[in-house]
Design a protein around this ligand. Structure first.
Ligand SMILES: Nc1ncnc2c1ncn2[C@@H]1O[C@H](COP(=O)(O)OP(=O)(O)OP(=O)(O)O)[C@@H](O)[C@H]1O
Length: 738
């Protein structure tokens, strides 16, 4: 029984029973609710917390504590809530007539309750045919009600069951959406399945459900799930495999078990859930065995095999002298003299089936690709151009004057099956494939690309190995270079025009471990560092720069041209907090839509977070919100001149984009970038992150923040090594997988 807030000891855990009368606030994503309740003693109380929204009329039993809010007074802070069927006739009518059961409105509800009174719910549950006693309900309608009532009961039961297992409202709804009536069965049979199928449920939640359901912590099923999860998590961090010892350590930590996990690992290997490969010499400090999830092992094996096959075949030109002559003629006709390394790269592309060309900004990659394409076409080859992102493909197309596609489009990705239509049995039609921005290509995509390459095709891979590696697993570009097995050319010379850009000079200095140079002179520069030690002041300064100083001095539009790039999400100068500050400064008014902590406002700059092949918008695409529906559940975004409606789940893949992380900006370029650097972000202050951020700016780069943070970033060379064995497989061709 609830206590009177006036007399209760405010910190005691207690319970409260009553009926919901109104909802003042509800966040559909988290389930956070502020509501008024009429207690069973007829008093009004405010309840606050995360719980499934009950249907009107249901009786609620809350557990929690009374707290005193400084402004709103006593509130019941809910830690648990269970909905119980209403008993009063009034409650029953409100419950049945609230719309929870399709087809029953308040009038019909009153008629039903009028006949069965307090016994209504029992009749509906156990004695449905008696509904005939209610006047005015025909046979067909009755059957419709029966089905609707059944569905409602099941859904309600599942939601309550999930709630009992500590699953919040939003997640519970996602589970029900995914499994329907099967939800309870799946959760009971194998809670770990949830972590695989349902977004927002990780291993920890699934594990909590399993342990709550009585599973022994050392149960082999649990250990197996832990091993699998450790590998999946590693893949999210970019690893293709984990050395066996490392996997056992990580799984032990995850499961909080000191027991021997070897037997469970052996079982998982025997059942083919995991795959183990042994490499020689030992690649990982005394460890020779790497454990994979099968798909990644297959991808690595296939990529290595296909590359070895390409390396064993002669290039499209077998005569170096002839190739040199052709190139010389082309240079003369275009009035370009390639630098020796550029020439070496073009010739290597002609003389081998696969070549890697890497170099920083302004080292002439695009120029040599243009010549190579010309040369190949003149020799009768058909050249395909591709890049991992839409923006990179567009740039490649513009630079070469040819059509360039995203790799997904080139390989004819089918969103519904998740497969590529171009593959080994239906290869690409073209004799040479040139791929730009290869640093962003992960191992699974690389493997698919290789298998779709025609048997007699050639591959030119161009990229900057100092950029951040791909988001997905693997470090393809670095591994190819590290293997020493694939012909490769590193471009180091920065050409004069590019050298004049301080952005380019700074980027190269950063790579060499030197602080960038800047001068705050009256003449406009393209690279600045604005020192500020305090993180909060840094955030304020970023807002000031973006909203007034840069637009005034450089004539750039803050909403279109300037991108703030943060090393991290969190912290005073992190993407989250800065994004909100910038939104407030740049676009404070207008119709808005709230989604959890995100606010979308008409006029906002937004970023798409996932590839959406149906609507043809891709991860990292930027757009502007052009319209928000007055009732606030739909908005329109203009992406590249195209108006795209975004509704419900689409909104989960959208975020305001005034400030984004450097990782999100990979492969994109912006007229101006502003980068806050604060020591709070020390974990991510790494050279390749700073380098990636700086090279995203075309006309202006402004670093703002602490000198120490800048110095930390420049000097921190540690690139977290990604576990994988592509380089090993290539180095020791004919090795372990034969
Ligand atoms: N051999 C060359 N001689 C003189 N100038 C060159 C040569 N190669 C390239 N350049 C010039 O250097 C500049 C940078 O070249 P390019 O755009 O090809 O480099 P990039 O490596 O693709 O650069 P980014 O990665 O920044 O796009 C261009 O202005 C280009 O005209």
């Amino acid at each position: 029984m609830g206590r009177d807030p006036g007399t209760a000891s405010l910190e005691d855990r207690t319970s409260l029973e009553g009926e919901l009368t109104s909802v003042s606030f509800r966040d559909d994503v988290t389930g956070y609710t502020v509501a008024r309740v009429e207690t069973s003693r007829g008093e009004e109380a405010t309840v606050v917390g995360c719980f499934p929204l009950p249907s009107p009329g249901e009786r609620l039993r809350f557990e929690g504590r009374w707290k005193v809010h400084p402004r709103f007074g006593p509130q019941f802070d809910v830690s648990f809530c269970r909905a119980e069927a209403p008993v009063s006739e009034e409650g029953l009518i409100r419950y049945l007539g609230s719309g929870v059961i399709r087809g029953i409105g308040p009038v019909l509800a009153a008629r039903i309750v009028g006949v069965f009174g307090a016994d209504t719910l029992r009749v509906l549950d156990e004695d449905f045919p008696r509904l005939r006693e209610v006047p005015g309900i025909g046979e067909r309608r009755r059957e419709e009600f029966r089905l609707a009532w059944e569905a409602h009961r099941q859904r309600r039961g599942v939601l309550l069951f999930l709630h009992d297992h500590g699953i919040g409202a939003a997640t519970a709804n996602r589970i029900v959406r995914r499994y329907g009536d099967e939800a309870e069965r799946v959760v009971r049979a194998n809670p770990y399945q949830l972590a695989e199928d349902v977004e927002g449920i990780g291993f920890a939640t699934a594990d909590r459900i399993a342990l709550k359901g009585g599973l022994d912590p050392g149960d082999p099923a649990r250990v197996r799930a832990g091993l699998l999860f450790a590998l999946r998590k590693a893949a999210e961090e970019g690893h293709v495999l984990l050395p066996r010892g490392e996997l056992l350590r990580r799984a032990g930590d995850l499961l909080d078990l000191t027991a021997d996990l070897e037997p469970a690992l052996e079982g998982a290997l025997e059942d083919g859930l995991l795959v183990q490969e042994t490499f020689s010499p030992e690649p990982w400090k005394g460890e020779a065995r790497g454990v994979y999830v099968p798909s990644l092992c297959r991808a690595e094996e296939a990529a290595a095999a296909r590359l070895r096959d390409l390396l064993a075949r002669p290039g499209s030109s077998e005569d170096p002298r002839e190739a040199q002559e052709d190139l010389g003629k082309l240079e003369a006709s275009l009035g370009i003299t390639l630098a020796p390394a550029q020439r070496e790269a073009v010739l290597a592309a002609l003389l081998s089936r696969v070549v890697v060309v890497t170099g920083g900004p302004g080292t002439g990659k695009t120029t040599l690709v243009r010549l190579l394409v010309n040369l190949c076409e003149a020799r009768g080859e058909s050249v395909l151009l591709g890049a991992p992102t839409g923006r990179a493909a567009k740039r490649l197309g513009e630079a070469t004057g040819r059509e360039a596609k995203t790799l997904h489009r080139l390989l004819e990705f089918e969103p519904h099956t998740g497969r590529f239509q171009r593959n080994a049995s239906n290869p690409l039609e073209g004799s040479r494939l040139v791929v730009d921005e290869v640093s962003m290509v992960d191992l699974p995509l690389f493997s698919c690309l290789l298998s779709a390459l025609p048997r007699h095709g050639s591959l030119v891979l161009v990229g900057d190995a100092d950029q951040l590696p791909s988001v997905g697993p693997g470090s393809v570009l670095r591994d190819l270079l590290a293997s020493g097995a694939v012909p490769s050319v590193t471009l180091q010379e920065v050409f004069r025009q590019a050298e004049e850009s301080r952005i380019v000079r700074s980027a190269h200095r950063i790579l060499r471990g030197h602080l960038p140079e800047w001068e705050n002179t009256p003449e406009l520069q393209d690279f600045y560092f604005v020192p500020q030690e305090d993180p909060v002041r840094t955030a304020e300064l970023v807002v000031e720069l973006v909203s007034s100083r840069i637009p005034a001095r450089f004539g750039l539009d803050p909403l279109l041209d300037i991108q703030v790039l943060c090393p991290m999400h969190r912290g005073d100068a992190g993407a989250q907090s800065l994004g909100a500050r910038l939104q407030h400064a740049l676009n404070p008014f207008g119709r808005e839509l709230r989604r959890g902590s995100r606010v979308f406002r008409e006029g906002d700059r937004v970023m798409q977070l996932r590839n959406d092949y149906d609507r043809e918008i891709y991860n990292g695409d930027l757009g502007r919100i052009t319209w928000v529906a007055p009732e606030g559940n739909l908005l329109h975004v203009r992406f590249e001149g195209r108006e795209v409606p975004c509704l419900d789940e689409d909104l989960d893949c959208l975020m305001p984009a005034y400030a984004v992380t450097v990782h999100k900006a990979q492969g994109s370029e912006y007229p101006a970038v502003v980068v806050p650097l604060v020591t709070q972000h020390y974990v991510l202050l790494q050279r390749n992150l700073l380098y990636t951020a700086v090279t995203r700016g075309k006309r202006l780069v402004v670093l703002v923040g602490s000198r120490r943070a800048l110095s930390l970033a420049v000097h921190n060379e540690t690139i977290r090594a990604r576990f994988g064995a592509l380089a090993e497989r290539l180095r020791h061709s004919g090795g372990m997988d034969e």
